[in-house]
Design a binder for this molecule. Structure first.
Ligand code: PGA
Length: 249
């Protein structure tokens, strides 16, 4: 059975106190939700263990993790550390990590495999920039990101991965993909998963859409057969808006 998920990526927003208030508000509204979607929040690292004490039905994600297990890697946070703080999911390969911090497909594959080996569930992001879409390279870009990023994963591994398609031109821009554009790429990704793994894996895979998703456009995006929820940035910073997106399922 394919799981529906709405995940909130808080990025580098909220101080600890505000983050804890937001987490509490999301947990409260989640209890009253009118949807069977699983709700996940991804606060900054500094908030994780405190937020973990405040949530129950809402699940906890980190926004990134190290590609190494432990040791002399100043400033990095390992998958084991995340697990010890109560984290269940981890966003890997967000376009902001790819473009501002130079994270390439090989590194993201290493992170994905390490996170899986430690019991975390990766939310693996892919997406093309505007020039790639306009130049017609969009499918090649996504194929490469997934071929390399998910290389060497077993069927058991991939069953614990969530994929997020996030067209870079739609992230934080207010320009949202049309429902047809989203469906076209989600279908492409699902077909690719048939080639990389098998039909059963592809059918069971949760594929989220991300990029300027908000209460006013979520329901038409989620109505597509291959869109299984959303990875929400800006609109996840207000509990009411975030839950309105969850409830638009
Ligand atoms: P946005 O961000 O909803 O603010 O466009 C989405 C994301 O980056 O995950």
């Amino acid at each position: 059975m394919r799981k529906k998920i709405v995940a909130g990526n808080w990025k580098m927003n909220t101080l600890l106190k505000d983050g804890m208030e937001l987490a509490k508000a999301v947990e409260k509204l989640e209890k009253e939700k009118r949807s069977d979607a699983l709700v996940i929040i991804a606060p900054p690292y500094t908030h994780l263990s405190r937020v973990n004490d405040l949530i129950d039905s809402v699940k906890l994600s980190a926004q990134n993790c190290a590609s190494e297990e432990s040791g002399a890697y100043t400033g990095e946070v390992s998958p084991d550390m995340l697990v010890s703080a109560g984290v269940e999911y981890v966003i890997i390969g967000h376009s902001e990590r790819r473009s501002y911090y130079g994270e390439d497909n090989e590194l993201l594959n290493k992170k994905t495999k390490l996170a899986l080996s430690k019991g975390l569930k990766p939310i693996f992001c892919c997406g093309e920039v505007l020039e790639e879409r306009e130049g017609g390279a969009l499918f090649d870009v996504i194929r490469e990101q997934l071929n390399v990023g998910l290389a060497d994963l077993t069927k058991e591994d991939i069953s614990r991965v969530v994929i997020a398609y996030e067209p870079v031109w739609a992230i934080g821009t207010g320009v949202v993909a049309t429902p047809d554009q989203a469906q076209e790429m989600h279908k492409f990704i699902r077909d690719l998963l048939v080639d990389l793994f098998d039909k059963k894996v592809a059918e069971n895979m949760t594929i989220l859409y991300g990029g300027s998703c908000k209460p006013s456009n979520a329901s038409e995006l989620f109505a597509n057969p291959d869109v299984d929820g959303g990875l929400i940035g800006g609109a996840a910073l207000k509990a009411e808006d975030f839950l309105a997106i969850v409830n638009s399922y």
